[in-house]
Write a protein that binds this ligand. Sequence first.
Ligand SMILES: CC1=C(CCC(=O)O)c2cc3nc(cc4[nH]c(cc5[nH]c(cc1n2)c(C)c5CCC(=O)O)c(CCC(=O)O)c4C)C(CCC(=O)O)=C3C
Ligand SMILES: [Fe+2]
Length: 383
Amino acid sequence: MPAAPIDALLLVSFGGPEKPDDVVPFLENVTRGRGIPRERLAEVGQHYYLFGGRSPINDQCRALKKAIEDDFAAHDLDLPVYWGNRNWDPYLADALREMRDAGVRRAACLFTSAYASYSGCRQYRENLAAALEEVGPGAPELTRLPHYFDRPGFVEPFVDGTVAALEGLPEGSRIVFVTHSVPEAMNATSGPSGGRYVAEHLDAAGVAAAAANTANTANTANTANTANTANTANTANTVAERRGTPTAWDLVYCSRSGPPSQAWLEPDVNDHLEALAAQGVPGVAVVPVGFVSDHMEVLYDLDTEAKATADRLGLAFARVPTPGVDPRFVGTVRELVVERMAAERGEAAQSSRTGRLGPVWADCPAGCCPNARGHRPAVCGAD
Ligand SMILES: CC1=C(CCC(=O)O)c2cc3nc(cc4[nH]c(cc5[nH]c(cc1n2)c(C)c5CCC(=O)O)c(CCC(=O)O)c4C)C(CCC(=O)O)=C3C
Ligand SMILES: [Fe+2]
């Protein structure tokens, strides 16, 4: 039987607390069955209390939902947008009930994670299966849009931010791409054949660093360029040429959790800053390439903790914004939906992609990003 056409978009996200009393129950939701030590939980609770017990992530999802709705309307795409979270109100089951009541039959799901991993993909697929079970008959069918780490609309906002950050940093500064650490075992089993979490980040970071180094800055208000003729393809205007050499970059990690006995991806961003300072590097452009919005990991782990480390080391520090509601990123969301609808109608789909990794899949192949704690039912995949 052919699947029903896609008649809604479901934004699937992490969720966060909105007031101090939410913090403990939120953390219990996140860590249920995940074996996180109590001390780590108490510490992460403090990160939230430092910001008034409110994570910005839900407001960022509300803003993204609105931006997607406006963009769809401006492009004559008549598709309602819903939003649900793994860990906090509005929960995925709430969204599915709302969709059922509105007569939605089959929705495309966009996860607010650009990369493959158990945490960023299969865990959401398991959460959706549980939410469908909870809602029961009449809930919409679900399908998953591909991860988007290799889409120009996701990468370009990071490139612009990096170029702008380098303008204000001393010669010899470096680019530091940061993502959420995960257990080494989670990376090793990510994607259809393993190692995909790191491979996708290296791909996006490599593309972004190359684009930042070759960016033409003739149109930026930089006095060094005023003698050059603006708008001409003057090669002396690229960031790399103006700085004398391409700016070097690394991929490092933040937000390590889990028991100390478990290996997680390293180096930690703070240790990396120590190493750079010891080499005499004067400054860093910190690019949160692993994240879609400036949520708590960015505000605490980067803007607070890593910034304090940089200050202590005398490193100049500039943090680049995440895509957020950048129109290019919002346009990418539309392209993912439109491409998918075209493909399902049997039309050749045009896809704009950067990077050197092989094709990105929609619904997941069997064994993709397995759950280390045992198989649980999941939707949007072959198993
Ligand atoms: C890969 C990845 C992403 C990116 C992809 C995606 O976006 O999904 C991500 C995002 C996020 N992680 C977030 C918050 C937390 N993550 C935790 C714990 C963990 N994250 C993990 C991985 C990831 N996490 C893992 C392997 C754990 C260990 C426990 C487990 O195996 O599940 C914990 C528990 C405390 C702690 O141990 O740190 C918290 C509070 C927030 C919300 C921020 C806000 O409130 O603004 C967001 C967007
Ligand atoms: Fe996390």
